[in-house]
Design a protein around this ligand. Structure first.
Ligand SMILES: [Zn+2]
Length: 477
């Protein structure tokens, strides 16, 4: 094999490989993590207040019912023959709490992918999925490096108890004070985890030495969905069981506690989740407090809105990378402006850092203008959230097209069987360098590398076509 043949193989293979990488890049989520953490010094409600806002509840009890779809909580009476009967209106004690004005329910929108691990990250950090996320549901090291309310609580010496799904322990190693965690992967096991943690939750809620944040993650509803789907008698039983656990917790908690019940995602009519259909992204939320009557808004809230809300209610700094907006309805009216203001400053701080560190200039136009009223601040936060959601989670057509174009060019060159002249060596090397540049400098914000590459590729494709036509003519004569 002559050295020119070897060179030809090496260069063309490099071009094909790079083309495939560029193509694949178009399908990746693009968010990059920032490891900065918020600190108490970032915001003060008033002089003398040590950390952000004054703590509003002594304890927050967060019951996470895996795959609790929003409509499972809605009180309603259906005909027993209806397939919806099995999952609608089964939570009767909750129905009574709502009727008596003791509890309020609403809809939380989860960002896809609607898988548990990604949702737990969002529910604690207030962020959107990162590009490695979708693939690492089962990878061993998933520890959260970004700021979260779990980290903030641990930092400020507040105890956090975790009961249930052991995924939490891999996300936050060594950050819980008390744990009773169990394996979550056996979907045939509908009851054992829930049966173990229900008494532990009651014990913790009624204990005088309990933690400030109690998280109980129940798995039965999710596992029942996977095994039988929502329209099944077992689902009705499982929901009634959860109904009892929730109402018992509400009864036995103290007057200065806050109870929040949430689903991490919903489920389809066959009981699956992971995608972005309405039934998968719409999760339920219920809140109950003996101290204040809380009326959740009718508009759907975002799942990440839970993060700044819990943080401020518990006197913690809002996690640095949070993009959620406080649910003001969960605060006393006289605290709304302050809560939104702190949230706004935090989101702005994050946006400015992301714009600078990760070369995302578009954000500057949002952070540069001053928003003074509450409505204006909420509007700016929602614009920043929308901009980043679109930029981070949509497929990048430019990369997909350049990748395909590169591939066509390399294959055409291969087919022409052109000898490896000096010109071709220079050309193919240049092509590979441009492709590599496109991959390493993902920002290529003005698109110059892309344009140059596309122009070069077009010349090569034309040359290959001419050469092929030439050969065809020669054969013809
Ligand atoms: Zn889940």
């Amino acid at each position: 094999m002559g050295s020119s043949t070897v060179l030809r193989i090496v260069l063309v293979s490099a071009n094909i490989l790079l083309a495939l990488f560029i193509f694949q890049n178009g399908f990746l989520l693009k968010r990059q993590e920032i490891s900065s953490k918020s600190s108490c010094a970032d915001a003060h409600a008033q002089p003398g207040q040590p950390c952000w806002m004054e703590q509003q509840y002594k304890r927050v009890i967060l019951i996470l019912v895996d795959a609790l779809r929003y409509d499972f909580l809605i009180p309603q009476k259906l005909e027993k023959e209806s397939p919806e009967w099995f999952y609608k209106g089964q939570m009767r004690e909750i129905g009574k709490m709502i009727a008596n004005g003791k509890a309020s329910i609403g809809t939380l929108l989860a960002d896809p992918p609607t898988t548990t691990l990604q949702r737990l990250k969002a529910l604690t950090t207030g962020t959107l999925p990162t590009f490695i996320d979708a693939g690492d549901n089962f990878s061993p090291d998933v520890a959260v490096n970004e700021d979260s309310f779990i980290y903030q609580a641990a930092q400020l010496g507040k105890n956090v108890t975790l009961l249930g799904d052991d995924t939490w322990l891999s996300l936050f190693p060594n950050q819980f004070t008390k744990t009773a965690a169990y394996d979550s992967f056996d979907i045939n096991d509908l009851n054992s985890v829930d049966d173990k943690i229900a008494p532990k939750l009651h014990e913790e809620v009624t204990s005088s030495e309990s933690s400030s944040i109690i998280i109980a993650h129940f798995l039965g509803v999710d596992h029942c969905g996977h095994k039988f789907g929502p329209s099944h008698p077992v689902m009705a039983d499982t929901l009634r069981k959860m109904d009892k656990i929730i109402s018992k917790t509400a009864e036995s908690m103290n007057s200065d506690d806050l109870l929040i019940v949430i689903g991490d995602h919903g489920m389809t009519s066959t009981g699956d989740h992971g995608g972005e259909s309405d039934n998968e992204i719409r999760a339920g939320i219920l809140v109950h407090s003996k101290k204040h009557r809380i009326e959740l808004p009718k508009r759907p809230m975002h799942q990440i809105d839970i993060v700044p809300t819990i943080s401020l209610l518990m006197g913690l700094p809002i996690p640095f990378s949070n993009l959620g907006t406080v649910i003001v309805e969960m605060f006393q009216r006289d605290l709304w402006e302050m809560a939104v203001g702190m949230n706004y400053e935090q989101v702005k701080r994050f946006a400015e850092t992301y714009a600078t560190q990760k070369n995302f200039g578009e954000l500057h136009s949002y952070t540069a203008r001053d928003s003074n009223t509450m409505e204006d601040q909420i509007d700016t936060m929602s614009r920043i959230q929308t901009l980043l959601r679109v930029a981070w989670t949509q497929f990048d057509d430019a990369y997909i097209n350049v990748g395909l174009f590169s591939l066509v060019e390399a294959v055409l060159f291969l087919v022409t069987n052109e000898a490896m002249s000096y010109e071709w060596i220079v050309y193919r090397t240049g092509c590979a360098l441009l492709q590599a540049a496109l991959l390493t400098d993902k920002t290529d914000s003005d698109g110059s590398a892309r344009t140059l590459l596309l122009m070069t590729l077009t010349v090569s494709i034309l040359s290959s076509i001419i050469s092929l036509a030439h050969k065809a003519l020669q054969v013809g004569t």
